[in-house]
Design a protein around this ligand. Structure first.
Ligand SMILES: Cc1ncc(COP(=O)(O)O)c(C=O)c1O
Length: 278
């Protein structure tokens, strides 16, 4: 009997007993939404990023939607959005947060996420002062988020160490370009690990070879202007952004997550080395 190939996933969230403990507390509290956990998370997150206001929302996309189309991006002081999908540095399953220096933007987001209900603008619960959305979060997500924030420093440390290890392993591998290390002025918060293949290599073949050996990989990231919607809606096609197209056609993501083992990274690189004929 042949031994099954052990899969190395592309990403995997780090959740443990602490998330379980806090989620259980929420479940037992009887308040699953619009409860105190969301506010607690928002306070902790705002403190962490050094912004006065944070509003948790159902996804990063929801945050961007409200900020760009309604609350006036950049118009009233710097604002930013974070997404907490499970491949991100920290996760809440799904979810996102808008952080802002503008109290006005924050008030609008808090109202927009809750169907445009009044927030400090008078009236009762069913008092809608604008057309909004249901982009609310749950307290279950907030509980996961609080546990993730508690270990965020460790998460960032481990991801930086994993990125460093890939960088070192790639030094011995010709035909593949890794990511540059941080310089004196910049420190990255590592999200995904993407490599660029030399133009003599066929990316499809390399990806098939990786997957055959249980190493997950993905084309990362495709050009937006070549997505079917953009082609149909705007008539975009190949040749519009040659540099981006050239890069996008030769890049792929390798398994990368907080708790990836050094030994698994070495296996990824060994499989990659064979796949590129190194
Ligand atoms: C860099 C980046 N920004 C934004 C998003 C969208 O966030 P969300 O999935 O929470 O809507 C994603 C994908 O999840 C992403 O990778």
């Amino acid at each position: 009997m042949t031994e099954a190939v052990r899969e190395i996933p592309l990403s995997r969230p780090w959740v443990d007993e602490r998330e379980e403990e806090l989620v259980l507390e929420v479940l037992r509290s009887g308040r699953l939404s619009l409860g105190p956990w969301i506010e607690r998370f928002e306070e902790l997150l705002a403190e962490r990023v050094g912004a006065p206001h944070a509003a948790a929302v159902s996804s990063g996309t929801a945050g961007l939607h409200m900020l760009c189309h309604f609350a006036g991006i950049g118009a009233q002081g710097p604002s930013a959005v974070f997404g907490f999908y499970p491949n991100k540095q920290m996760t809440t399953g799904e979810g996102g947060v808008v952080v802002t220096h503008s109290e006005d933007v924050w008030r609008q987001i808090v109202s927009l996420r809750n169907q445009g209900r009044s927030y400090g603008e008078g009236g009762g619960w069913f008092h809608h002062v604008r057309v909004g959305f249901n982009y609310r979060w749950t307290d279950v997500q907030a509980a996961i988020g609080i546990a993730q924030l508690e270990k965020l420093d460790r998460i960032l440390e481990l991801r930086a160490a994993a990125a460093r290890r890939y960088g070192e392993l790639l030094e011995d591998l010709g035909g593949i370009e890794g990511l540059p290390p941080d310089d004196a002025k910049h420190r990255r918060s590592w999200f995904v690990y993407v490599v660029r293949l030399g133009s003599d290599l066929d990316r499809g073949d390399v990806m098939t070879a990786l997957r055959r050996e249980g190493v997950a990989t993905a084309e990362y990231v495709p050009c937006i202007h070549l997505q079917p919607y953009m082609r149909e809606r705007y008539g975009f096609g190949e040749g519009l952004c040659p540099v981006a197209e050239g890069v996008a056609s030769r890049t792929l993501a390798l398994p990368f997550f907080t708790q990836i083992e050094a030994e698994d990274q070495a296996r990824v690189m060994e499989v990659l080395r064979v796949a590129v004929g190194g």
